[in-house]
Design a protein around this ligand. Structure first.
Ligand code: PAF
Length: 281
């Protein structure tokens, strides 16, 4: 496994792989790898013959009061994990390598970027789209892998790829959960033991909605959301930022749920912000 830090070196590695007729897969990450990331990497390794994992904590997707400075960084441990998965290349550039000073070219889909996560993290998806577009331009993969855990990000990237005509297949991979049901996230390390014990309630609130739909046939979004909110009230430490039933393509709230409706939730638990979602089938 090669660890490359320059755009030029990555381009050369991809050119070599292409010469050998290899299928190129990209897994963009910000490092601090957990089981969720590894499941993306494993799927990429099954489906592609040349896999690049990028590790880059992207400053432009963090707001001024967000956790960029303290975001967990563990490059050597990440590389050990990726070596075991038989990844071909880790691309770990510096900020200076990825952005020229005062870079001011942005990719944004305003209609999808200012709702839900975007309301609480202004500018976040502009930063995500811009860095993902840059990684796509550098690597030019055939396939790129993203987790359903960040469902809004996945939907936005799919739209970007469609509208900017990237010849890349975006693969959405299922959320990986701890035994408790808590979705794997790099930010889970910030939870205190007490908060960790409470955090599974977030997924449980989504399951309550799923059960009400499945077993009682309730489809009224208002009723379902109310039940989930009521359940979360048992945990005063959990402050809900949003909890909603939304349409997949447009991210608009729905009145009636059915297959293909996404239940999304974001909470603050102590100082940690956690998100999760569940797709109704
Ligand atoms: O999901 C992430 O880790 C990041 O948003 C991504 C896609 C790597 C872009 O920085």
């Amino acid at each position: 496994m090669k660890v490359l830090v320059t755009i030029q070196a990555v381009r050369e590695a991809v050119r070599e792989a292409r010469k050998q007729g290899r299928v190129v897969g990209l897994v963009p990450t910000m490092g601090a790898l957990h089981q969720g990331h590894l499941s993306l990497v494993q799927q990429a390794c099954r489906e592609c013959s040349f896999v690049i994992v990028s590790i880059f904590v992207n400053p432009t997707q963090f707001g001024p009061r967000e956790d960029f400075a303290v975001y967990p960084r563990s490059l050597s441990a990440d590389c050990e994990l990726l070596k075991r998965e038989q990844v071909d290349v880790v691309f770990a550039p510096s900020v200076e390598e990825m952005y020229v000073p005062k870079a001011d070219t942005w990719v944004e889909i305003p209609s999808l970027s200012r709702v839900w996560e975007g309301r609480f993290r202004p500018g976040h998806f502009r930063g995500v789209c811009t860095i993902v577009a840059k990684l796509f331009n550098i690597v030019q993969p055939d396939f790129a892998y993203f987790g359903w855990k960040d469902a809004q990000q996945l939907i936005i990237i799919r739209k970007m790829v469609e509208e900017l005509n990237y010849p890349i297949v975006i693969v959405g991979c299922p959320t990986v959960r701890e035994k408790s049901g808590l979705a794997c996230s790099s930010r889970n390390v910030f939870l205190s033991p007490k908060e960790r014990a409470i955090a599974p309630a977030i997924y449980q609130s989504l399951k309550i909605i799923q059960d009400m739909v499945k077993s009682k046939g309730i489809t009224q979004a208002k009723k379902l959301i109310l039940a989930a909110r009521k359940f979360l009230k048992n945990y005063p430490q959990i402050k809900i930022q949003y909890l909603a039933a939304i349409e997949l393509q447009t991210l608009r709230p729905v009145k009636k749920v059915g297959p293909g409706v996404l239940i999304v939730v974001a909470v603050k638990l102590g100082k940690v912000r956690l998100i999760d979602n569940l797709l109704l089938t």
